[in-house]
Design a protein around this ligand. Sequence first.
Ligand SMILES: C[S@@+](CC[C@H](N)C(=O)[O-])C[C@H]1O[C@@H](n2cnc3c(N)ncnc32)[C@H](O)[C@@H]1O
Length: 472
Amino acid sequence: MKSSQHENTALNSYFSELYGHARMQSEWFAPEPPCLRINTIKSSVQEITEFMQQKGIEFKPHPLNSRGAIILHDPLPMSHTLAFYTGSFFYQGISSQLPALALNPQPGETVLDMSAAPGSKTTQIADLMQNQGQLFSADSSFKRLQPLMTNLDRAGAMNSVVYFMIGQRWGRLLPDFFDKVLIDAPCSNLGKNPNLFLDSEKWTPARLNGHTNLQELLLISALKTVRVGGTVVYSTCSVSVEENEHLVHQVLQKTGDRVKIESIPLPLHEWLKPGLTSHGGRAFHPDLEKACRIPPFPHPVEGFFMVRLKKLDSFPVRPSDTVKMMQTRSATHPEISDYLERISQRWGIALDKLKDFRYYKTKKRIYMLAKEWQEIPEHKMIKPGIPLVEIKGRTLKLMGAAVQLLSQDINKSIIELDEKKVMQLFRTGNIHLKDQRNGYFALAIDGKIITSMSLFKGYSKIHLPHYFHLVR
Ligand SMILES: C[S@@+](CC[C@H](N)C(=O)[O-])C[C@H]1O[C@@H](n2cnc3c(N)ncnc32)[C@H](O)[C@@H]1O
């Protein structure tokens, strides 16, 4: 390690023991290059690959995720393109793309992402499930729910319902319920960029155990809420043994024969190392070698840990109060059908295109969900599926997320703007147009619908999640 006033000798010796080197060198830990994950709900690998080639972006495929691309040089940047705005791809770390692949969720399954915010892995799970089935995306942080919901809307994830809930509760609330559960646990972040810790006095050995109580409670809750035969993936962006192998070993001692470790369904690769079966004189469950460690060196990827567990038998659970279920509606339900008729007339969407979804209506909004969501557990539910329309008196506002998702099916009430105007609109979120029509429209550029736009007295507005300097 470079000599620095802030050299953290305790962490240096922890890493030295972990990796078998006498002394760590800070140059060993290079930052991870940016990485994209293509969202096939909105786009395709071919479309985004061709786009990057046309724009002179240098990249190489993610070696373990066929929908991932590692960016080597980006003259645009991609983060300011319409493809990013419309959710065709997400930025997601190289190793952060692996836990969802380890979970291997399938279309039609019932899946819980127990600590989902801000949503990298949950939007990936929604995509892997082909926007079908039931995905519960939960988190305990109210502040992080907003970016989570924005990301799910941008992804077009109609199969996801968002919950504001601490993970410890799921086990008693819905025992033996889910096919699969991801617990991407809150952790010490010791895999992210070790140099941040190596050069800082903030890291102390006590930090290794700072999260373990909560991590254990979350993992046990996950094992209770998954069904017999179902799968739990536990992951952290920490390389510490205490938060990973040691923790899983302790949980396995408590759960006995009810749980076993399974191999992770990923091909062999030099980044992936087996989990540890002993450390610092402690022996762990031998199957922990089926877990997976990603060290943050010599390859420039964030350090990660993941383990895949299978539930073999139920746990004794004292269930909490019965969960109230809210019924969703079909397209032909009287509460919904008139609205869909009006949407169809106003935006030229064939009713047939809307018939297979489920709908949930509040006083001000109608939401659209994947067909498997026949009912929704009400407890702490925040957002069901994708907002379809806002009900503004007699007027309906088709929401941006729905416009993007249904863009191929919208045939009326489209306003096409030229590049200069769209650039202007993205700079400020609003512009004056000579057009004197009033109402809500789909905004198109080069014949492609990108979002919804309001137009009142020649003043037009779009919703931008943040300042957006568009590049083309
Ligand atoms: C590593 S981050 C999750 C990142 C997320 N999976 C993603 O890919 O974007 C851990 C998350 O755990 C949440 N968290 C902390 N305590 C929790 C608890 N008791 N129950 C559920 N979530 C919790 C935090 O708010 C944080 O969003």
